[in-house]
Design a protein around this ligand. Structure first.
Ligand code: B12
Length: 454
């Protein structure tokens, strides 16, 4: 008997937070899964609550003024009540993304789906996932709701209790989601599997009604094991796509959709760069396509030799962010040994010689680790400033399952049962209890004053 085409809706919830800014945010994992499902014959639709370029938003006058030439920009936002756990924070709390009513209208204009796939990102954005699932149930009472993504993977029990989807899928989702859907709908894909990343189809960015930028993932996982990061829990080991496969994807989006803005989402984009990212960038540069690349996720300074820096400049890699974390050598070794002070200075010199201004380069400095003193952050910021680069504070957020989460628990600085909302980096989860919230803000102000002197 022929398979009657079934419909799957991909849904990316809003962000609920004290602050949020769109650095080319895209639900890449969901789009990969959607693409595999389409290849199997399912009808796939997308609603991305964080799509700043959705045509329906054009009617909101304030919205159009918030986009920069590089297409990053402010989300539309609606102020909402602060959840009780964070009611003490002296800041407004908002729903970022499309207005609630608009999302409801868009949902009701969809073909009613058999399955809804909901993705999730930061663990402390879970209230948005809860609201999304409530709304989806109201609009599509007969659809099965499957939740996956970063929050679902890091905190599956929490998600089961609070978000209460019909199914939760943890980890990488292409194989698990397709097999589960095939089973639920008695459709194709029961034995689906893949072996190399190159076998995956391109993510379904074409589902966006208006597409201006595309996120690229040239690898999965990370060869480093930084104590604060959850990458090792989220991905099934470090793997790369081939150079040709990545260039083919860039060519496709450039030629078929005239995309000029690409963002790398890799954890370790520069690892083994001679075999991977260097030939990719050389290929793009030699093609003559007019393209900009962005790297909002931190890059490892160790790998930025003269050739890498020149390729960045000639292939128009912009918005460079370097992962440094700390100038304290003891902590560098304990955390991952992926960078030294000398390597940061050398990377910045190479980038400057290649044509970048040091002050345009952001260097991530981690603030608020368990056991870290304010003096360490001040020294690190001063060191980065002396090198001429911009300090970008990455406020530490304890992530369940990581080494630093366990450190915080062992030191009595974190209670494992604390509400995930309290891990929000905006409120300095560890330091607000030790050093104090106001002192954290003072340190940030001082760092801003350093940056403004550049
Ligand atoms: C790229 C990235 C960013 C980008 C934006 C990402 C985006 N989506 O647009 C940028 C650079 C802006 C960013 C910023 C930050 N990030 Co970030 N980021 C990442 C990174 C490296 C990759 C995410 C990604 O897209 N992966 C690729 C896709 C393919 O994977 P995926 O989304 O997980 O999807 C797969 C599965 O999850 C699953 N899946 C996903 N959805 C669904 C749905 C269903 C139904 C199913 C079945 C399966 C499924 O299948 C997919 C395919 O296999 C992760 C680390 C990591 N390795 O995941 C950190 C990570 C998510 N970021 C993190 C953090 C802390 C931050 C910051 C707060 C850092 C800081 N202190 O400033 C900021 C703030 C974000 C903000 N407020 O806007 C943490 C999250 C921790 C947490 N508590 O949840 C992570 C895990 C890194 C870490 N430190 O461990 N980030």
């Amino acid at each position: 008997m022929a398979f009657i085409r079934k419909t799957v809706l991909l849904f990316n919830p809003w962000i609920y937070d004290f602050a949020a800014y769109d650095f080319w945010f895209k639900p890449l994992g969901l789009l990969y899964i959607g693409s595999v499902l389409r290849d199997h014959g399912y009808d796939v639709q997308l609603i991305d609550c964080l799509d700043r370029f959705h045509p329906a938003l054009l009617n909101i006058p304030a919205h159009s003024r918030t986009t920069r030439p590089d297409l990053s920009g402010k989300f539309h936002r609606e102020r909402i009540a602060k959840p009780k756990a964070v009611s003490f924070v002296p800041r407004h709390y908002s729903r970022y993304g499309m207005p609630f009513q608009l999302v409801q209208q868009l949902l009701l204009s969809c073909t009613p789906p058999d399955i809804v796939l909901v993705t999730s990102f930061m663990t402390y954005w879970y209230p948005a996932v809860i609201d999304a699932i409530l709304l989806l149930r109201k609009c599509f009472p007969n659809a099965k709701i499957i939740l996956g993504g970063i929050y679902a993977t890091l905190c599956p029990e929490h998600a089961r209790i609070h978000a209460a989807p019909d199914y939760i899928v943890t980890g990488e989702g292409e194989v698990k989601a397709v097999r589960l859907i095939a089973e639920l709908l008695n459709g194709p894909g029961r034995d689906y599997d893949y072996h190399e990343l190159d076998e995956l189809p391109m993510p379904a960015f074409d589902l966006y009604p208006t597409l201006y930028s595309v996120a690229l993932l040239t690898s999965r996982g990370c060869p480093n094991a930084c104590s604060f990061c959850a990458s090792g829990i989220l991905t099934a080991g470090y793997r790369r796509r081939s150079v040709e496969n990545v260039i083919d994807e860039i060519r496709f989006w450039r030629q078929q959709y005239e995309i000029e803005h690409f963002t790398f989402f890799d954890d370790a984009l520069l690892h083994r760069s001679s075999q991977f990212i260097k030939p990719v960038l050389r290929g793009v540069r030699d093609s003559g396509w007019s393209i900009n690349f962005y790297t909002p996720n931190g890059l490892t300074p160790r790998y930025i030799d003269e050739e890498m820096a020149e390729l960045f400049f000639s292939a128009r890699v912009r918005h460079i962010r370097l992962s440094f974390e700390t100038s304290n050598e003891g902590r560098q070794k304990a955390m991952s040994a992926k960078v030294t002070n000398f390597e940061l200075a050398r990377a910045l010199d190479n980038l400057e010689r290649a044509g970048f201004e040091k002050k345009e380069i952001g260097v991530y400095v981690l603030m608020g680790l368990p056991g870290q003193r304010a003096a360490e952050v001040r020294e690190t910021a001063a060191f980065v400033h002396r090198l001429g680069a911009r300090v970008k504070v990455a406020s530490f957020s304890p992530i369940p399952g990581t080494v630093e989460w366990q450190n915080a628990v062992d030191l009595g600085l974190w209670s494992p049962g604390a509400d995930l909302l309290l891990t929000n980096c905006t409120i300095f989860p560890i330091w607000s209890n030790t050093i104090g919230y106001q002192q954290c803000l003072d340190l940030l102000l001082w760092i801003n004053s350093l940056n403004s002197q550049l």
